[in-house]
Ligand binder design. Structure first.
Ligand SMILES: CC(C)(COP(=O)(O)OP(=O)(O)OC[C@H]1O[C@@H](n2cnc3c(N)ncnc32)[C@H](O)[C@@H]1OP(=O)(O)O)[C@@H](O)C(=O)NCCC(=O)NCCS
Length: 187
């Protein structure tokens, strides 16, 4: 399965796949992301760095999967006392998968794994140290899917995991209410 950066012409597919990833949450679709991709393609500036939208495509280039990753904005916001330059440096070492979805008829054939591998390789090439993901509370099968791909999820009530990046110990509980955060350290 080929994976490439999103193009402006992918905006409809981004909305469709975004709504699959968000099914069952209060957010029904991700129209804002579709509009952003329609305007800027798969790479655009966000607070503390850049966001990337990757598309898995069929041989005719039709999208069948999507992964959206950003700097972990909420987590880095908690470290304002370190100053904006250090915050940007920390954000550059990490990325958070905000959305990952594969069209149902293309699941179970390695598409999600290909998107994840591409995201990890891109982040590692940019000097990244760890890939984070967030999974809704109760998303046991997705958590298991990530665990089989090397992600660690903190157990127990506290749901806290510390990652040392650029000499700073970051706590992953700051990501978002109602979600569990998984971390994969990159080589
Ligand atoms: C989670 C999700 C992205 C996984 O996508 P996927 O394309 O089915 O993922 P993969 O095909 O890589 O892996 C699924 C299974 O397919 C099987 N598989 C992988 N490659 C295969 C291949 N080449 N041939 C046959 N089977 C294969 C594997 O057994 C794998 O199971 P494993 O975890 O036991 O190894 C997809 O189920 C999805 O979109 N879910 C809904 C949205 C969602 O919950 N998103 C996550 C939170 S935002």
């Amino acid at each position: 399965m080929k994976v490439r950066l999103a193009r402006t012409s992918d905006s409809e597919a981004v909305v469709r796949l975004g709504s699959l990833a968000l099914a069952g949450t209060a957010l029904a679709t991700d129209g804002d992301l579709g509009a952003m991709v329609g305007e800027s393609g798969g790479r655009f500036d966000v607070p503390f760095g850049r966001a990337y939208v990757l598309m898995a495509v069929q041989p005719d280039d039709a999208p069948c999967g999507m992964l959206y990753m950003t700097p972990p904005v909420r987590l880095v916001e908690d470290y304002a006392h370190l100053g904006p330059q250090k915050q940007r440096e920390l954000a550059g070492k990490l990325a958070l998968i905000e959305l990952l979805a594969v069209d149902p008829e293309f699941r179970e054939s390695g598409t999600g794994s290909a998107l994840l591998a591409h995201a990890a390789a891109g982040l590692a090439n940019r000097g990244g140290r760890a890939l984070l993901t967030k999974v809704r509370d109760g998303g046991h099968s997705v958590i298991s899917w990530y665990k089989r791909r090397g992600f660690l999820f903190p157990e127990g009530q506290e749901r806290f995991m510390a990652i040392r990046v650029s000499g700073v110990l970051l706590g992953t509980d700051a990501v978002e209410e109602g979600f569990r955060v998984g971390v994969k350290k990159l080589q």
